[in-house]
Design a protein around this ligand. Structure first.
Ligand SMILES: [Zn+2]
Length: 338
């Protein structure tokens, strides 16, 4: 998939944007307004033979508000699992859990995984438990699930600032989660019957003396790597790269195996992420990393990633500017900047 150069929003305005979202959420709870955007659809009282009045009053009240606010679950098709799922909205209680988990980025991201799992309805018993979910969840599907959670839970995105690519004017953008989705957002469907764990690419570096075997990382692998990282590293990655992982961290999660040939001809094979791959890659000298970075393409699976963006028009020269937003970072920042 080819992509046009996009207008980049800098970290500062991204941070501000999520500060605003946090403030909005806080003021909503202070004013004791009915939290109509965060009522969980599947908590509606079941209308049984005995009639709906037997349930606790609050459930009835939630059900009424769900109807009044036209709250719905969002259906998305996952490009890797190749199935349709429904995603139900966050509750305000879960929102608080995420906020308090944000003191540790890896805890927050793990909590978010749990919440995504609980809110995803697989129709065909495709994923049977949470462990299987983490093993079967790959970045493109996760991105769609987080977008669906964002869309079902919130009516509006926080106000943000964009910079025009033509005249550099800064202007304010108001939008909804739904506006992030376009006809070209949908990525390529995974073309194989077997899941990505069965597909690898091999890259040979340093005159055949180093071989990388790379594959798409499951969420389980990403969580393993996150647990090895310091909170401050994850935070600065988000600030600097708009990603929870740096280049090397991304290489860590993509790497299934590294083979290195010693001068004696003996081969060293690294396969264990925690014991070998992570400490090896993280302790390489900068010059070695530069060589790897120049030769190794980490965008191997880019065509499967959805492209969420906003179409905006410059208030001064009317130029159309696209603003890319990563739904995962959106959730992460929201909790980080409270
Ligand atoms: Zn302009």
């Amino acid at each position: 998939m080819t992509r046009d150069p996009k207008t980049i929003i800098d970290s500062k305005s991204n941070a501000d944007m999520f500060m605003d979202m946090a403030k909005e959420l806080e003021s909503n709870s202070e004013e004791q307004e009915p939290s109509i955007k965060t009522v969980r659809v599947n908590h509606q009282p079941k209308i049984s033979d005995q009639g709906p009045t037997l349930g606790p009053k609050y459930l009835d009240a939630l059900s009424v508000m769900t109807g009044l606010a036209n709250i719905r679950s969002i259906e998305v098709e996952l490009p890797i699992l190749k199935c349709k799922v429904e995603v139900t909205p966050l509750t305000s209680e879960e929102e608080m859990v995420l906020k308090s988990a944000s003191v540790s980025p890896s805890t927050f991201l793990e909590k978010l995984d749990e919440i995504i799992y609980e809110h995803t309805v697989f129709h065909d018993n495709r994923v049977k438990n949470y462990g299987e979910f983490l093993e079967e969840l790959y970045p493109p599907d996760k991105s769609f699930l987080i977008w669906a959670l964002l869309n079902s839970s919130y009516l509006i995105l926080p106000t943000m600032e964009a910079t025009c690519k033509k005249c550099s004017t800064k202007y304010i953008v108001d939008s909804t989660p739904e506006e992030l989705l376009h006809s070209d957002t949908i990525s390529e469907l995974w073309p194989h019957a077997a899941p990505p764990r069965d597909y690898i690419e091999t890259e040979i570096l340093f005159d055949n003396n180093m071989t990388f075997t790379l594959g798409m990382p499951s969420e389980l692998v990403r969580v393993k790597a996150l647990n090895l990282m310091k909170a401050s590293e994850i935070n600065s990655n988000v600030e600097e790269n708009n990603d929870t992982f740096s280049y090397i961290d991304n290489l860590v999660v993509l790497t299934r195996e590294i083979r290195i040939i010693k001068q004696s001809g003996e081969e060293i094979v690294l396969r264990d992420l925690e014991q070998d791959i992570y400490p090896f890659l993280r302790n390489l000298q900068p010059k070695v990393i530069d060589v790897i970075r120049n030769q190794l393409n980490l965008d191997l699976f880019e065509e499967y990633m959805p492209n969420f963006y906003l179409d905006t028009n410059c208030t001064k020269c009317k130029t159309k500017n696209e603003i890319q937003l990563n739904p995962e970072i959106a959730f992460f920042r929201k909790a980080l900047f409270i």
